[in-house]
Design a protein around this ligand. Structure first.
Ligand SMILES: [Mg+2]
Ligand SMILES: [Zn+2]
Length: 333
């Protein structure tokens, strides 16, 4: 059986200007080729798209095909094959059975391409994509591109497996194979003992890392430069709720751990349930603990790190580095 990635089109693959249908308006998201190239070895790609612009009379079915063929051909030039595009041409008022979140297209694809739905994924930027995934029994990833940031709260009702800032993160999440880097809190002491015996210096950093952005990548890379082994202390879901309220985090602790473990420069991820990482840092006794300059030298971790003869290293954060202001404001709250 085959595994599939069911892709929404506008807002997921290409920038959605609102009923986008002219070839001269086509703009791919810059990371879409990389993301799909990573996924193509294990998955067939199928586009499922609502095109009510046809039913509303904004463009014809021929214009839709012309634009869609252009997208498919451009992807093909980059080595990415779209097996088929399923589209709904109807106005929402027609109550057809092909408009997402109706599952008829996925069911057709399942037969036509012998797809194992349980091991397949839906990626999209609209709550209807997440509802479709849920209804069809495929796992799903919600993107904050396109309509994504605007409809985030509604999309969360359908429990996407992961909420990603961009499609390349979706690929990383799906292809995750670094399970061994996520360590159990009760194993930390013996791992630290082994690392100490090997003469390794240990760097720690901690945080929630909910919606990942370039700023996170930057500070983690800087942290790794400070020693041999980088251990990320990750606030568990209950820890995040204690700090930020019941509506957070957006992504589950397992999902957040998985994305951090994907980074080459992260050696271990360990969850902590307490409100602060002080107990965890007492167990690790890092040589260096890294923090952003928004907390500075007097961060809550300072006392415990210095008591165990460690140093605090402050990384100056780069302003405005995250993908969009909306994502920045989501990740700060
Ligand atoms: Mg879309
Ligand atoms: Zn339809």
């Amino acid at each position: 059986m085959n595994r599939a990635i069911f892709l929404d089109r506008d807002g997921t693959i290409n920038i959605d200007n609102g009923y986008t249908h002219k070839t001269q308006d086509l703009k791919f998201y810059p990371d879409v080729f990389k993301a799909l190239s990573l996924l193509k070895r294990n998955f067939k790609f199928i586009i499922i798209t609502n095109q009510s612009g046809i039913g509303r009379g904004y463009y014809t079915e021929d214009e839709f095909h012309k634009f869609n063929n252009h997208i498919v051909n451009e992807l093909k030039k980059n080595g990415i094959e779209i097996k088929k595009t399923y589209y709904c041409p109807h106005h929402p008022d027609e109550n057809c059975n092909c408009r997402k979140p109706n599952i008829s297209s996925i069911k057709k694809a399942e037969k036509e391409f012998n797809i194992d739905l349980n091991r397949s994924w839906m990626i999209g930027d609209h709550p209807c994509d997440m509802e479709l995934g849920k209804n069809a029994g495929v796992r799903s990833i919600y993107l904050l591109t396109g309509h994504g940031a605007k409809h985030l709260e509604e999309a969360r009702k359908f429990n996407p497996d992961y909420i990603a800032a961009e499609i390349s993160q979706a690929a990383d999440y799906i292809l995750f194979n670094k399970e061994e880097k996520i360590i159990d809190r009760k194993d930390i002491t013996s791992i630290i003992e082994t690392l100490r015996r090997e003469g390794k210096s240990i760097v720690t950093i901690n945080g929630t890392f909910d919606i990942l952005h370039k700023g996170h990548e930057f500070i983690l890379k800087e942290a790794k430069k400070q020693g041999d082994i980088l251990i990320v202390g990750l606030n568990s879901d209950s820890s995040v709720k204690q700090n930020k309220g019941p509506e957070r985090p957006l992504n589950s602790e397992q999902s957040r751990a998985r994305m951090l473990a994907n980074f080459d420069f992260v050696d271990y991820v360990v969850l902590f349930n307490e409100k602060t990482p002080i107990d965890l840092l007492e167990a690790i006794k890092p040589d260096i603990h890294v923090n952003g300059d928004d907390y500075g030298e007097n961060c809550i971790e300072s006392g415990i790190v210095k008591k165990n003869s460690g140093k605090i290293h402050i990384v100056k954060k780069i302003k405005g580095i995250s993908s969009t202001n909306i994502i920045e404001s989501i990740s700060k709250t």
